[in-house]
Design a protein around this ligand. Sequence first.
Ligand code: ATP
Length: 310
Amino acid sequence: MRRGKIVILARNVDKYYSNFHALKGISFELKKGEILGFLGPNGAGKTTTMRILTTFLPLTSGEITINGYDLIKKPMEIRKLIGYLPETPPLYPEFRVTEYLDFVARIKGISRNVDKTVDRIIDRCGLGEKKHSLIAHLSKGYRQRVGLAQALIHNPGLLILDEPTSGLDPQQILEIRDFIRELGCEHSIILSTHILPEASQLCHRVLIIDHGRIIASGSQQELNALARGGERVKIRINEPLAAMNSIRSDSFSASIEDGVLVLDGEFGDEGRAGIVSTLVGAGFRIYSVESEQLNLEQVFITLLRNAKNV
Ligand code: ATP
């Protein structure tokens, strides 16, 4: 699918639950063909944002357009454009898979070729073997496939998936991730997760949300760069505290972990050599120097720490 056209434009979105300020001026875009990740800890505001986008929850202030439609003025048009997999999909356990999907198709206004539409979606979601089973008897992985089928049945251009792999076993997680990747070839997708490797594997771009704010955004590479170059240097040294105080700088952050001086920044060979010679010149004894690239998990923690210090 060609990427580029803007599908979602969200500007300064605020949400209050009575007095509680759950979203604080969220702004972002989603382009056609993109898989965008909402990454954040529990309570960050991911579900709230998704429920607003899907018109299930009103925003308090701000502006959202989807495919050019204003969310507040054209909710019915917007619902047709979106397939939504909530955290807990609205499944009816006493229904068989085909009955349930037939029911959903009719609710979504599909009136022609319903059987064919249901067959096609059953095929596409790998539900063939289970199509006559009661939903109550399905494993969590198959239930999630039924959840995806109900989101996809009207062939929406945009999919919004709230924690799509939550509660699945490792094999099911891999299967659903592969399926989402496949869906990304034909649909624009927003998915939420608190699993960092999932975001970095599936998403073209990630927004990191914490306490109702977007604290960082970008591709995995950009996030690494955002976390000050994404390099961590560990120096085993005779007096770590004194050493830390002697090299304080605005261009990197310093801390002591398990008696080791830890520097997060963008150093490179020359930068590391400069720090080592400064420390040696100041009379410290260095026992070892290690350098590692931060992974997304460490970047996330660093960003959260920086956001709390702002
Ligand atoms: P999780 O991963 O746990 O689902 P989340 O990032 O999706 O977290 P939200 O469910 O959007 O977070 O919640 C954001 C904040 O808003 C939380 O502090 C939550 O307690 C609060 N909240 C959510 N729904 C309501 C509600 N109906 N009334 C009051 N507060 C709410």
